[in-house]
Design a binder for this molecule. Structure first.
Ligand SMILES: NC(=O)c1ccc[n+]([C@@H]2O[C@H](COP(=O)([O-])OP(=O)(O)OC[C@H]3O[C@@H](n4cnc5c(N)ncnc54)[C@H](O)[C@@H]3O)[C@@H](O)[C@H]2O)c1
Length: 488
């Protein structure tokens, strides 16, 4: 089973009906610590029997949960948030072991972000209200109803946060959730399930099952499942949305991107450099909303690149469990290989490497933070999501030109811009085709703010009050107050 590691130890592969469950007949999935390449645990993919237990217990538990008043549901979520905060250190260590992200990051951005979502939706759970309408003497009212059993499927970059961002609104609104983490980072969601149940969540309401895409596909098409919320790549999103839609299931799709950051000539350059660093190298670039196409006004590009290069080269690359480290490895060997291939292609297509561009000579999956310049919009590194620490710097001279180029992509997840001219900021942002935009900031995602993508980057939004809409459907009730008239 699980190899021992300090303070953070899920005790089996799955969490079903309020308890850890093991079934070693499922295919083994090694859990590899990305900083060293060592296998630190093994989980087993869910068998059909495991999936049946998860689906049956969720279906059973959801009815009573939906009947409970929102205040009581919310109290449990808020208690779970408190427990997460108390255990932040051990959960952050687990997140680092699962993903390789530096502890300096995971201490502030992962379990705490999950707790923020549980707290936020815990507070809102009591406020699930409908509306009423008057039609002469008659009237109608609406009741937001939970959907039933919802499935959450996660990517590997934010395993705790994704489990909480999906679980919190689903549970707050009276649904059950079955969560399938990424096969690359299977551990953290188990702890979320354990803590939710410790906080008083009735058994069966947040089940975690492991597995590859086939397990996600089996859950997506099960008749007992009402909704699928996926965080993953665009190709997976298309498959999952198609399979769910074929059965009229609702979907939320949080997918990939190739987002632009526009840096105008009047921007505070140090802020812009900070935004570009945060939007490209945090989590070693494995962030969906990263602004990987950085358009810098021609008049300041040289100064921008100089300051950027000197700051990026101070990144502390090393043991992710050392709190001084601020840049970690890629989460998987496969992702490292993808990034290295992209760098070869970029060089072959004529890109200049401003800094980085090389594999770091350590055990594990390491690559240096990389800045590319001398690029054109048609180059592969400018068009495709790389999902690694690779920033493409492009130049522009004209506002309309840069807006058109920023929008020239199939994606529409995020966008950012840096300028001191507020009129321009709002004028430009209104023309950007992106679901989530930042002005003079980048990648901050408090739970009270809707987050998600347009175009190929997604359907629906996570977080904020509107996530409650995505986990409920409206039942309309017409109330007749007069005698019924009929033709005969
Ligand atoms: N928009 C967001 O909020 C957001 C956040 C994080 C990551 N992402 C995106 O996720 C991608 C990286 O993550 P990844 O490589 O884990 O993505 P992925 O698409 O390979 O896998 C995502 C999840 O889907 C599952 N899956 C694969 N095939 C499936 C199928 N046919 N049916 C059901 N489930 C299936 C996988 O097992 C995994 O759990 C990037 O494109 C990134 O931009 C988006």
């Amino acid at each position: 089973m699980m190899t021992d590691f300090p303070n953070a130890r899920p005790t089996a592969s799955h969490f079903i009906d309020g308890t850890y469950v093991e079934d070693t007949t499922g295919a083994p999935i090694p859990v590899i610590y990305p900083a060293t390449g060592e296998t630190i645990a093994t989980v087993h993919a869910a068998t059909p029997e495991i999936l049946e237990r998860a689906l049956a217990s969720a279906t059973r538990a959801q009815r009573d949960w939906a009947a409970m008043d929102g205040t009581s549901r919310g109290r449990i979520l808020r208690r779970a948030a408190d427990i997460i905060r108390e255990r932040n250190h051990e959960l952050s260590v687990l997140e680092t072991l699962d993903t390789g992200k530096p502890l300096q990051e995971t201490l502030v951005a992962d379990a705490t972000s999950g707790a923020d979502a549980l707290e936020y939706f815990g507070g809102l759970a009591a406020d699930l209200t409908g509306t009423s309408m008057q039609f002469g003497g008659d009237w109608a009212y609406t009741i937001p109803r939970p959907l039933g059993v919802c499935v959450g499927i996660g990517a590997w970059n934010y395993p705790t946060q994704i489990a909480c961002w999906k679980g919190a609104p689903a549970l707050a609104t009276g649904n059950a959730m079955i969560f399938k983490p990424s096969e690359s980072t299977p551990l953290c969601a188990l702890k979320v399930a354990e803590i939710l149940h410790e906080a008083g969540l009735p058994a069966g309401l947040f089940n975690v099952v492991q597995g590859m895409g086939d397990v996600g596909a089996a859950l997506t098409t099960d008749a007992r499942v009402a909704k699928v919320s996926l965080t993953g790549s665009v190709p997976t999103g298309k498959k999952v949305a198609a399979a769910a839609s074929a059965q009229m299931k609702q979907v939320t799709m949080e997918l990939g991107g190739k987002s632009p950051i526009l840096i105008f000539e009047d921007a505070d350059i140090d802020d812009a450099v900070s935004g570009a660093i945060n939007g490209n190298f945090y989590s070693s670039g494995q962030v969906c909303s990263n602004g990987t196409r950085v358009f810098v006004h021609q008049s300041i590009v040289q100064e921008f690149l100089e300051r950027l290069k000197s700051r990026v080269e101070t990144a502390v690359i090393g043991d992710p469990l050392d709190e001084a480290t601020n840049f970690g490895p890629m989460t998987t060997q496969a992702q490292l290989d993808i990034v290295l291939r992209h760098l070869d292609t970029a060089r072959a297509e004529g890109a200049t490497v401003v800094t980085g561009g090389i594999r770091i000579d350590r055990e594990g999956f390491w690559i240096a933070p990389t800045v590319l310049s001398d690029l054109t919009d048609d180059m592969t590194c400018v068009r495709e999501e790389i999902f690694g620490p690779v920033m493409s710097v492009l130049t522009f001279t004209d506002e309309d030109e840069v807006i058109a180029r920023a929008n020239d992509t199939e994606f529409g997840l995020s966008a950012g811009l840096f300028t001191r001219d507020l009129t321009r900021a709002h004028r430009v942002v209104a023309q950007l085709q992106a679901g989530t935009c930042w002005i003079n900031q980048y990648n901050l995602t408090p739970p009270g703010m809707p987050f998600g993508g347009s175009r190929a980057s997604g359907i629906g939004r996570e977080n904020a009050r509107m996530a409650m809409d995505h986990f409920t459907e409206v039942q309309t009730v017409y109330v007749g107050m007069s005698p019924v008239e009929a033709a005969y």
